[in-house]
Design a binder for this molecule. Structure first.
Ligand SMILES: Nc1nc(=O)c2c([nH]1)NC[C@@H]1CN(c3ccc(C(=O)N[C@@H](CCC(=O)O)C(=O)O)cc3)CN21
Ligand SMILES: CC(C)C(=O)C(=O)O
Ligand SMILES: [Mg+2]
Length: 331
C-alpha cells in the first residue's frame, strides 16, 4: 500500500459505524422511508475520494466529463474508452457510494445488443454498480429493458437530454408546454416500465418533477428540477465553484448552487507559488530536506577536480567555505 490513506480510514461519517456500501437495496429502502438521495458527479480518484468520504449516496461518472474535464462544449465527443478510464479511477477512490456511469453518446442507440455490450463493459472494466442512459422513444426503452435483462441496473434520464443537443438546438429547459410536459412524464413512465431503478429529471419546471415523482414508483433525482424530487444531483465542479473563470461562469447553468469557491482558492495558491518561485523564497529550509555529510562533500570535491568538472567543484568549495551557492545568473 502506498502512503495515501484508503478512503475508509478517512471517512468522515458517523464514527461508530464504518462505511457500509450503498447498494440498490439501500436506495430502495431510503426511497421507501422517504429519505432524500444525494448524488454528485466524480471523474477521477481524488474527486471520488472527496464525494465518497462526504457521505454522498450515489456517485455519477457523468458524460459531463466531456465538458468540465475535457473542455468540450457538449457531452457528445466523450467515448466509451474515455468513460472507462474515468470509471476505473473513480472505482478506486470510492468505498461507500453506489457507482453509476453514463452510457456515452453513440454507445447504446444502434441496437439492444450494442447497449448491453456497452453496459457490460461499464460493469466488467469500469467496475460500476449501474449505468445511466438518456431516455425517450422506443429504442431507448428497448435498450434499457435489454440491459436490465442482462442483469445490469439502469438509471433513466429524461427532460433535458444533453446527448440530443443536435436536435434540441441547445441546453434549454424542458416540459414548459402541456405537450412537452406530458411527453417527459410518458418517457419517464416508459423507462420505469423498462425496469429502471431511478430517474434523473433534468431542467424541468418543479410541477413536472413533482408530478413525475408522484406518478413513478422509483426515486426521481432532480437537477434544475426543483425541490419535489426524491433526490438531487449536481456536477462536482459546479457545486464546488471550481471554475471562476469568466468563460466557464458563462456556461454554468442557473440552477447550480456554489457551496464553495474552490476555484478562487486554487487560483490564489497557484499565484502565491508563482510569486515565491519568482522571488526565490520557495523552497525555504523547511522544504529542502536532503543532505549530504561533510565527509562526502570533501571527497566529492576531490573527484570533481580530478574529472575536470570545475564549475561543480567550485560550487562544492563554496559550500565548504560557507559561501553562498547561488549561480552566476543571479549576481
Ligand atoms: N458543468 C456542467 N453542469 C451541468 O449541470 C451539466 C453539464 N456541465 N453538462 C451536461 C449537462 C448540460 N447541462 C446544462 C447546461 C447548460 C444549461 C443552461 O445554461 N441553461 C440555460 C439556458 C441556455 C440556453 O437557453 O441556451 C438556463 O437558463 O438554464 C442547462 C443545463 C446540465 N449538465
Ligand atoms: C448532470 C448529470 C445528471 C449528468 O448526466 C452528467 O453529469 O453527465
Ligand atoms: Mg450525463
Amino acid at each position: 500500500m502506498a502512503s495515501i490513506q484508503p478512503a475508509d480510514t478517512v471517512y468522515s461519517g458517523p464514527q461508530s459505524a464504518p462505511p457500509r456500501r450503498v447498494t440498490l437495496r439501500t436506495i430502495r429502502q431510503m426511497y421507501a422511508k422517504n429519505e432524500p438521495l444525494s448524488m454528485v458527479t466524480a471523474y477521477d480518484y481524488p474527486s471520488a475520494v472527496h464525494v465518497d468520504t462526504a457521505g454522498i449516496d450515489i456517485l455519477l461518472v457523468g458524460d459531463s466529463v466531456a465538458m468540465v474535464v475535457h473542455g468540450h462544449d457538449t457531452t457528445l465527443p466523450v467515448t466509451m474508452d474515455d468513460m472507462l478510464v474515468h470509471c476505473k479511477a473513480v472505482s478506486r477512490g470510492a468505498r461507500r457510494a453506489f457507482l453509476v456511469a453514463d452510457l456515452p453518446f453513440g454507445s447504446y442507440e444502434t441496437s439492444a445488443q450494442q447497449a448491453v455490450q456497452s453496459a457490460v463493459r461499464m460493469m466488467k472494466e469500469g467496475l460500476m454498480d449501474a449505468v445511466k442512459l438518456e431516455g425517450g422513444g422506443g429504442a431507448r426503452e428497448a435498450a434499457a429493458r435489454a440491459i436490465v435483462g442482462a442483469g445490469v441496473a439502469v438509471m433513466g434520464h429524461v427532460g433535458l437530454m444533453p446527448q440530443s443537443i443536435s436536435v434540441l438546438g441547445g441546453f434549454r429547459p424542458h416540459g414548459q408546454s402541456a405537450t412537452e410536459a406530458v411527453r417527459v412524464l410518458r418517457e419517464a413512465k416508459a423507462l420505469q416500465d423498462a425496469g429502471c431503478f431511478a430517474m434523473v429529471l433534468e431542467c424541468v419546471p418543479p410541477l413536472i418533477a413533482a408530478a413525475a415523482t408522484r406518478e413513478l414508483s422509483i426515486p426521481t433525482i432532480g437537477i434544475g428540477a426543483g425541490p419535489h424530487c426524491s433526490g438531487q444531483v449536481l456536477v462536482y465542479h459546479d457545486l464546488l465553484g471550481m471554475m471562476q473563470h469568466p468563460h466557464y461562469v458563462k456556461v454554468t447553468p442557473k440552477f447550480c448552487k456554489q457551496y464553495a469557491s474552490v476555484g478562487t482558492v486554487i487560483q490564489e495558491a497557484l499565484q502565491s507559488y508563482r510569486d515565491e518561485v519568482a522571488a526565490r523564497t520557495f523552497p525555504g529550509p523547511k522544504h529542502t530536506p536532503y543532505t549530504i555529510p561533510d565527509r562526502e562533500v570533501h571527497q566529492m570535491e576531490r573527484i570533481l577536480r580530478e574529472e575536470g568538472l570545475d564549475a561543480a567543484a567550485d560550487c562544492v568549495e563554496d559550500q565548504l567555505h560557507g559561501r553562498r551557492l547561488t549561480h552566476i545568473g543571479e549576481e
